[in-house]
Write a protein that binds this ligand. Structure first.
Ligand SMILES: C[S@@+](CC[C@H](N)C(=O)[O-])C[C@H]1O[C@@H](n2cnc3c(N)ncnc32)[C@H](O)[C@@H]1O
Length: 317
């Protein structure tokens, strides 16, 4: 199995830290609170295949799901409609919007929802993305190096590699890679594009292979391509910038005692979350209990994608 895609072609996206997410929302009495007449509203800002949302619905939440990727919205809707706990109209249990989470305020306003009880961000991409032929997977050299979550975005991964000056390329790779490898890779990109335009996943793989020292290749547990591909995807989708804006906007949409939960998969993402949460506790607006939650050994063995996950949460005072 690779990235949640089985050899028989079926995809399994296993939601990361599922029980922990439900426990966090549950421990703040948002879920399973029989005394509540109205269902708590939880925004799943990254609904993906709907794994977390499904469980939140089962435990009594009304879910507003968002995803920038139209394909994922279709998948989530189909998956959630199959929940056996849905009685009657599925609109009474969830609604899903195809939009970037930076637009969370506008999305809720359109639904005439002022404030919500909880918001969840499970960052990055879903296992399904590796099957989309949009350049997310380095297992597919013939795929166009696209990497856009939404067709509304103008700039692809190939556009970035073909256009950015050397310094900016190095800065982009630095977000996920060590200094010397970032400089080496940015030089190699320039050398390649001086001869030939970068178009496909295979072109980027060739560049990465050229600059990866043998010793480094042997030492790494993950593929040499994982970090360069992640850096490019993060740039294409302005992931760190959007996360910063979205946390800020989400905070204003939380009710008193509402909870914001973020699962990150990379130190750059976690740094954004940590800094924002620290600012909110320092200003007296938020309460963070404990540090962060990581998946246990069993979950990592069962779902290797979980190995770098970190969950942080903050409650609004
Ligand atoms: C890790 S997956 C979420 C998986 C989901 N929790 C589940 O259990 O199935 C992240 C999802 O967030 C979406 N996404 C990433 N960045 C986004 C953004 N800025 N706005 C909206 N959706 C985004 C991706 O398209 C992907 O489907």
């Amino acid at each position: 199995m690779n990235n949640g895609v089985r050899e028989d072609g079926n995809i399994i996206h296993k939601p990361v830290l599922l029980e922990e997410v439900c426990q966090v929302f549950g421990s703040f009495a948002l879920l399973n609170n029989q005394a509540q007449k109205i269902k708590p509203i939880i925004v799943d800002a990254t609904i993906g295949a709907g794994g977390h949302s499904g469980e939140l619905i089962k435990r009594g939440a009304y879910v507003v799901g968002m995803d920038a990727d139209r394909e994922m919205v279709k998948i989530a809707r189909e998956n959630l409609k199959k929940l056996t706990c849905l009685t009657g109209n599925y609109n009474d249990f969830f609604t899903i919007i195809n939009d970037n989470f930076v637009n969370i305020e506008r999305a809720l306003k359109d639904l005439k929802i002022d404030m919500v009880d909880g918001i969840l961000f499970d960052l990055g991409i879903s296992s399904y993305h590796y099957t989309f032929d949009r350049g997310f997977s380095f297992q597919d050299p013939e795929s166009p190096l696209d990497m856009r979550l939404s067709g509304d975005q103008q700039v692809t991964g190939a556009d970035i590699l073909n256009a950015l000056p050397k310094k900016q390329l190095a800065d982009m790779f630095l977000k996920t890679m060590p200094y010397r490898r970032s400089i080496g890779l940015s030089k190699a990109v320039l050398e390649y594009r001086n001869v030939k335009k970068i178009e496909k996943v295979g072109d980027f793989l060739e560049i990465i292979e050229k600059v990866t020292p043998l010793t480094y290749r042997e030492r790494r547990k993950i593929s040499n391509s994982t970090l360069p591909f992640m850096a490019l995807r993060m740039a294409v989708n302005s992931e760190l910038e959007n996360l910063k804006i979205a946390i800020d906007r989400s905070w204003h949409l939380l009710k008193q005692n509402g909870v914001l939960v973020v699962i990150s998969f990379h130190s750059g993402e976690d740094a954004v979350v940590k800094e924002n949460f620290n600012n909110l506790t320092r200003s007296g607006e938020g309460l963070v209990s404990g540090k962060f939650v990581r998946p246990g050994e069993l979950e990592i063995r069962d779902n290797p994608r979980a190995r770098s996950a970190k969950l942080r949460f903050i409650q609004k005072k």
